[in-house]
Design a protein around this ligand. Structure first.
Ligand SMILES: [Zn+2]
Length: 140
């Protein structure tokens, strides 16, 4: 079926690049929503851990957090962090802790790599894409 072949190659490339961008941006959007939910889960965990003795606990004590990779299928990954490590990470808005290997290089950048977890930062060039929803797009 070579019926699409009449398009000039440059246009093909543009269409291909556009499709890739749309698919990446949809993925980024879905992931951003999941990550916001997961961040909530982790915020609650940190609050509970702190109440449960985090403030006088050994500062090197590890607490369990959920992986915030935002995998559409629902990631079951768990990360161990100290409350200090967790607080340092939250000081920057768009940073997320994920299980090593759960990072998605096309939509985020690894900013810190530890043995127990990896911290990723959203690629800023994707943010406008995610916000620029085409009008009239069917609601998902
Ligand atoms: Zn994960």
């Amino acid at each position: 079926m070579g019926s699409g072949r009449s398009l000039p190659p440059s246009r093909d490339r543009i269409v291909g690049a556009f499709r890739r961008l749309v698919s990446v941006s949809m993925r980024a959007e879905r992931q951003a929503r999941n990550e916001a939910l997961l961040r909530d889960v982790n915020e609650r965990r940190a609050a509970i851990d702190r109440h449960a003795g985090g403030s006088w606990a050994d500062p090197t004590e590890l607490f369990e957090f959920v992986c915030e990779c935002g995998d559409a299928a629902g990631c079951e990954g768990r990360i161990e962090m100290t409350l200090d490590e967790y607080d340092a990470l939250r000081r920057q808005d768009d940073r997320f802790p994920v299980v090593p290997g759960h990072e998605s290089p096309e939509i985020e950048t690894v900013v810190e790599r530890h043995e127990r977890y990896v911290i990723v930062d959203k690629n800023p060039e994707l943010e406008p894409l995610v916000e620029d929803d085409p009008r009239g797009a069917p609601s998902r």
